[in-house]
Design a protein around this ligand. Structure first.
Ligand code: AMP
Ligand code: ZN
Length: 120
């Protein structure tokens, strides 16, 4: 899709630090890591958000989970553990409107926090 940052990364128009890819998914390092390991897992197909995932995308969701497993193993965090997060919409603080999952690890991440002080 035109004007989508992550479609541009998929097409190679914007560079990324790739971890792995296949014909359906791409894993690359987040430009502003929030943990020692922070990568993004995206479908190559443009899907704007989790709200737009359709039944026909079921296989893609499995592919994304497989890619998360593979990336975690490759990045050495499979045993120590990790967190997989999808931000959806305004309240979820989604800033890039191409479905993506954050894979975070490499340190104890602490409890999941909800409302941050800046939005409370
Ligand atoms: P979200 O807030 O869930 O929409 O996450 C978007 C993520 O994309 C943020 O963690 C950004 O740091 C990351 N990001 C933005 N631009 C780039 C880029 N060019 N390469 C890698 N990650 C990016
Ligand atoms: Zn896109």
């Amino acid at each position: 899709m035109d004007n989508c940052l992550f479609c541009k990364i998929v097409n190679g128009d914007i560079p990324s630090k790739k971890v792995m890819e296949n014909d359906r998914v791409l894993v690359f390092h987040d430009i502003q890591p929030a943990a020692p390991v922070h990568v993004l897992i995206i479908p190559k197909k443009h899907i704007a958000s989790m709200n737009d995932v359709q039944a026909e995308d079921l296989e893609l969701i499995v592919d994304i989970h497989k890619a998360a497993q593979e990336a975690a193993a490759e990045l050495g965090i499979a045993k120590s553990g990790y967190r997989l997060i999808n931000n959806c919409g305004q309240d979820g603080e989604q800033t890039v409107h191409h479905l993506h999952y954050h894979l975070l690890g490499g340190a104890r991440l602490g409890a999941l926090t909800g409302i941050s002080s800046s939005h409370a």
